[in-house]
Ligand binder design. Sequence first.
Ligand code: GAP
Length: 515
Amino acid sequence: MAKNDDQNLLKKIIAHSKEYGYVFPSSEIYDGLSATYDYGQYGAELKKNIRDYWWKAMVQMNENIVGIDASIFMHPTTWKASGHVDAFNDPMIDNKDSKKRYRADVLIEDFVAKIEAKIDKEVTKAEKRFGDAFNKEEFLSTNGRVLDNQKKIDTINARFKKDIEEENFDDLKLLIEELGIACPVSGSKNWTEVKQFNLMFSTELGAVTEGASKIYLRPETAQGIFVNYLNVQKTGRLKLPFGIAQTGKAFRNEIIARQFIFRMREFEQMEMQFFIKPGTEMEWYENWKEKRINWHKSLGLGEENYRFHDHLNLAHYANAACDIEFNFPMGFKELEGIHSRTDFDLKAHEEFSGKKLQFFDSEEERSYVPYVVETSIGLDRMFLAVLSSAYTEETLEDGSSRIVLRIPPVLAPVKAAVLPLVNKDGLPEKAREIMEELKYSVNVQMDVKDAIGRRYRRQDAIGTPYCITVDHQTLEDGMVTIRERDSMEQRRVSVDEVVAEIEKAVDLKQLLKTL
Ligand code: GAP
């Protein structure tokens, strides 16, 4: 069954995450805080493993990319220069009956997505009808219903793009009304005017309110990279093209934060700014699109679950941009952005700071402001992508059922659980020996409580790829049973082999080599 056929999948994932220590509502004892979540003992490990894989793939695997860790608070002029004070807005519209607030662009995009779904349905129907003889390209360019729907999409998109570019919010409202878009809560089409809302959180720096100055919580980590461009370039003696990467928290006052950890007010980004010679940006833009999609595909979450989506509504800094979308339980949504940011940011920082942020090109014997191609992925969204593709409910041959998290072993929070068959007769001691051996290379845990079958289920639900069972025979011949999470296959192997096998199976090196 396709993931998004299951309306309840997201709810099940939320419940499972809470029950098994992955994600908890923030400050839950005070009834939580909307759109903020805490990562529990397994969630923190999974998040760290995703971050590590990204960092290694970007920084360690590329001689010309280095990593930094800039602070969350930055000089307030940073955000004036970056355009966030003036332009980091969302066009919002309220429904007068439900009093609910929506992003106007999201209402329109959702409407367009419904028409796209109609086209997809036509394609699926025709594929079934024509079988092997089906030619998708030809069908899309000749079928009357598809062409009508495509025309509708193009007309809406063109008007929407123009309205956004020209900040024509009266027409944006008119467009919503003409399309007959209704509030999902009240069902009414009784809308207010469209207004702009800035998404940055602000606070005050300084002990007393009077002398305090207003500062912002960074809405993206990228600016910490731009303001350090010269420091890093000079101290690292870096030549174009080169990249600076960083991971860290970002904050946005999302008006409609929703869908679990997909859209939060506090989240983590993993960003890389690639500094290049002006004029080479389209080449590098394509190059990074390919590199990033390969990174995603290497994890084996299913190639069909990814697609590119070009931006119509370009951010204030970009001359080309696209998203890598993932098939989340609520459908295809943005997971990562790849943006050609031109020299917008560095030039703006030059202007506002009065400092030169240039590169001396010794071949051309001239200095210029580099262009930038950026890759920006939300760590929390990647976490949700991993979790939602991993979550599986299975009915087994004996009629029993299990929930298993088929997390790629390299990312799994616990790589192996050592289970003494009984909690006596020297078996726990032997199990501990194995654990002591493994713990230096992988995250391993010992579980002694409950019948062995229940312990296997518990590890399946956590997503542990390997269980090692120690029984009485082990004490005699040094052999243990290794059970694989996905196939549930069990084999007898020696203790030495088991350690080597697990270390190899969860080693990031294998994955990094495929990039
Ligand atoms: N520096 C460019 C930038 O910030 P963006 O498309 O606004 O671009 C990049 O954000 C990524 O950050 C998104 O693709 C998404 O994965 C993640 N992200 C953005 N807003 C988020 C939110 N409110 N909650 C969780 N993740 C978010």
